[in-house]
Design a protein around this ligand. Sequence first.
Ligand SMILES: [Zn+2]
Ligand SMILES: [Zn+2]
Length: 487
Amino acid sequence: MARILDNSNLPRKKYGTEERIDWAKAVGCKIPFEYDGVKGNLTVLEHQKKNYIVVGYNKRKKRLRTNQLMEFKIRDLVLGSNQLLQKLDFSQIPRKNERYDWAHSAGCKIPFVFYETEGELQIISYQTVEGKGYLTLEYCGRRHRIRNINLLNGKIAKAIGFFKKEYQYKVGDHILEKSKDLTIIGQKYEASKGSPILRKLYYYHCNRCGYEGWVDEYSLCRYTRCCSHCAGKVALAGVDDIATEAPWMADFFQPKDRHLIYSLRKNSSYKIYPVCPNCGRIRETMFSIGTIYKLHSIGCPNCSDGTTYPEKFLTELFRQLKRKVLYHPSRRQLPWCKPYVYDFYCPKTNVIVEINGMHHYREVGHYSRSLAQVQAADRAKKALALQNGIPEQNYIQLDCRFSELNYIKESILQNKKFMAAFCFEESDICWEACEEATMTSNYWNIYRYKQEHPTATNKQIAEIFQVCKSTVTKALKKVMAEPKEEK
Ligand SMILES: [Zn+2]
Ligand SMILES: [Zn+2]
């Protein structure tokens, strides 16, 4: 049957070389149409954001996108659902005093013909709420609740899923676009909350990466990259999931979230309430998985010792090299250092190692000092060290922009001064152990040691852990304190 929209009298506007309909100026205009035998005029009532318009016909209104109008998505507007109903047969419903006895109608069937659909609605149950009668109907495995009056008036469009739209793609279709290469291998309808429109879902196989998953039609048509794996939203188990790429992260997941390590990627923005891998305390603040990956820590208020990933990494490296290197040497150990604190100092070879995180290279939003301030302090610190007898080649600034095993490892191996000062080969170091060490908390280890050796004095513990006595006191006090409420 003929479907015609005559938009020739709508106002136009130039977009570059193209001339298109100016919908903003079209409000009030009439659009003559013919739709399956019905002829008339649609009126443009409103123009809204994102190419939505409201059109009216015969006291009915419909909000839709301008392109949907051009695709004739106006069936319900033109025909109106009541005109679509051809038959609704209540003959099976029992009667009482000439009226329908809905209370005894459960199990009865109501045959109908609606537009192109012929079928039967089954009554499941009847209820009255504040004097109003409600029926639960079932059609094609889907239930729908309706007022009995509305049923008598033929308002069954929603009950029979009339708003269910046809699929745009079929099983077997191959969608090949700029960043999409998918094959549709399955489809299903799914009820969506609070809307009579069923969602159309497709099960797809991504021909780029092999991932298979569900996507709804809206996302499939709208997003350029809708393979969840190619878009970085989910992982391929055993290929790039957390369990494969960053297995150390597993300890940060509570048992109930542990399954996520097989379905998400290490830099996912999905948020969890992480658990401290050291003391087992659950944080009350949510952390995105990507943040935990970046920091290698959740800053546990119970046991965190305040040292960063690269600091712990290097401490372990020096331990493996059997070099006595002081972390944050005190004024007693390095008398001239005032007003600064250097990161590492090796008294035997007179070497200083400074760890330069990202804020030494570019402006970092959450950091309290500006880049210029940080770099000025770096220059002053170096000048002070050189004045106090540290040779230029022994003043090492190590690029630790990323808290990642491979980045820091390469940064160390490429740093000529560092390699000359500590003389070792790549194979001398167990790099995985360095990474592992970043996960532990010194405070926690000190506390554990004290638990296992109650007679050990703070001074003895300080010697074992190569820290000063005050650090031991601080560590024990912090971990043993009653857990404080998190802000
Ligand atoms: Zn993919
Ligand atoms: Zn902790």
